[in-house]
Ligand binder design. Sequence first.
Ligand code: ZN
Ligand code: ZN
Length: 139
Amino acid sequence: MTDRNYIGSCLCGKVQFKITGEIKDIVCCHCSQCRKAQGSAYATNGNVDSDEFRFIQGEHELAAYQSTPKETKYFCKYCGSPIFSKNTLAPKNIRIRLGTLETDIIEKPIGHIFIGSKANWEDIEGKLPQYKEYEPSRK
Ligand SMILES: [Zn+2]
Ligand SMILES: [Zn+2]
């Protein structure tokens, strides 16, 4: 299904992309890797099919950091905005950082994950379910 028209970009605007399909399994991840990668209390990440993701410009302005043997995080080499990650276990999946989106989206987060390793200064509020590690639907 390609029925979305979401636009995202990095802070400096050199990297711009478009998402034409659903963003699935959106979670707020409080793990220490996400906290460091975003410089924030948590990262809000969701999955997009690689067929439904296109660069508008700036694909070659991305730098990559291999954070684990299987996962690589991609960010703008000029402004540092985290854009997405890829995992060799799911080569057709783009794990997008939702803070880079400029358009409103119809999908909503399904929960907070890895709250077992959240920062001790953070108070999580709201009605979303909270999971100590991965959300139950993740295999
Ligand atoms: Zn940038
Ligand atoms: Zn995380």
